[in-house]
Design a protein around this ligand. Structure first.
Ligand SMILES: NC(=O)c1ccc[n+]([C@@H]2O[C@H](COP(=O)([O-])OP(=O)(O)OC[C@H]3O[C@@H](n4cnc5c(N)ncnc54)[C@H](OP(=O)(O)O)[C@@H]3O)[C@@H](O)[C@H]2O)c1
Length: 286
């Protein structure tokens, strides 16, 4: 790919600006992708135009994400790479070690974004935020953020941080009402990154999404992703299938009407989670 092509690709990938970061609106989620299959999907996604990859030390695939990135031939600076520190590594020295280990596995000198994966009530947030801000000032990461933080914890994290937090990554799809968390993020100019944005595939059989999709010649999954990005929310759908990579990326050539947005928003409830929050009591955090 020549320099001109890279510029064109970058312009083709819409992004949100948040506290100094420019985050591409569609990223590839990689939880559950492993080994050669992971590297291949990452490579294909980048070749198709994805410019944002989401991984985590817990996913045990950072090595393969790095391989896919290099195999794609896309310039490193054109890709937004996000990873996460697991809560058992939130003590300051461990956090710095975990960040360096992630970089070593990815074989990158820095990542674009490092997130705290889940809050850990057993380690003072002040210490963890201090360590997170330090890895940024050390130049190991370009931006920092949080994941699975509630409204109260978002406010506490922002108060404690000496560097800007650019996002909170939370479960978000049409079946889950996260309006309070979204409002709290926006109040602090943070982006919202939606994980499990197609509700782990459950959007597929939904009648409303199916009907709206037929009106636009799109699938229920595409309507669901469009619903989120049209509100400025970043989405990171995961797929292990190359054909679905294109489907999940082809969401910028149609627009949902206000009525359609309202109808889809009405599918959401506070109880609509598909991801188990039992993590918050996980003994792995000790
Ligand atoms: N921060 C956190 O705590 C956290 C928690 C969970 C997830 N995440 C991140 O968010 C990413 C996405 O979330 P997720 O993996 O939980 O769920 P998801 O992206 O909502 O759904 C993935 C599932 O949907 C299927 N799928 C993909 N595209 C589809 C389409 N167009 N039509 C129908 N089905 C489709 C996939 O199957 P196929 O593979 O067969 O296509 C897979 O089973 C993760 O991979 C991870 O990077 C973060």
């Amino acid at each position: 790919m020549g320099a001109g092509d890279a510029v064109t690709q970058r312009l083709m990938t819409p992004a949100v600006e948040a506290n100094g970061a420019r985050i591409p609106l569609v990223g590839l989620g990689t939880w559950g992708l492993r080994g050669r299959a992971c590297a291949r999907v990452v490579e294909q996604a980048l070749r198709l135009g994805y410019r944002h990859i989401d991984t985590a030390e817990m996913y045990d695939n950072e090595r393969e994400v790095g391989e896919g990135l290099r195999a794609s031939g896309v310039r490193r600076d054109d890709v937004f790479v996000a990873t996460k520190v697991w809560p058992s590594h939130f003590a300051p020295r461990e956090l710095e070690r975990a960040a360096k280990d992630s970089l070593a596995r990815l074989r990158l000198p820095e990542v674009d974004l490092l997130l705290l994966h889940w809050p850990n009530p057993k380690i003072p947030l002040s210490e963890t935020m201090g360590a997170l801000c330090k890895v940024k000032s050390m130049g190991l990461v370009r931006h920092i953020g949080i994941s699975n933080f509630t409204v109260a914890l978002i406010e506490e994290a922002v108060r404690l941080a000496t560097e800007p937090l650019v996002c909170n990554q939370v479960e978000l799809h049409p079946f889950l009402d996260q309006s309070k968390v979204i409002a709290a993020c926006r109040a602090d100019r943070m982006a919202v990154v939606a994980y499990s944005p197609i509700a782990r595939g459950r959007v597929k059989g939904n009648a409303v999404l199916g009907r709206v999709g037929r009106a636009h010649n799109k699938s229920a999954a595409q309507v669901c992703l469009r619903f989120l990005v049209q509100q400025g929310i970043v989405v990171i759908p995961r797929t292990s299938r190359v054909e679905r990579l294109s489907e999940n990326f082809a969401i910028f050539d149609f627009v949902l009407s206000e009525d359609e947005i309202t109808e889809i928003a009405a599918l959401g409830s506070r109880e609509g989670r598909v991801v188990d929050w039992a993590y918050s009591g996980s003994p792995k955090w000790d």
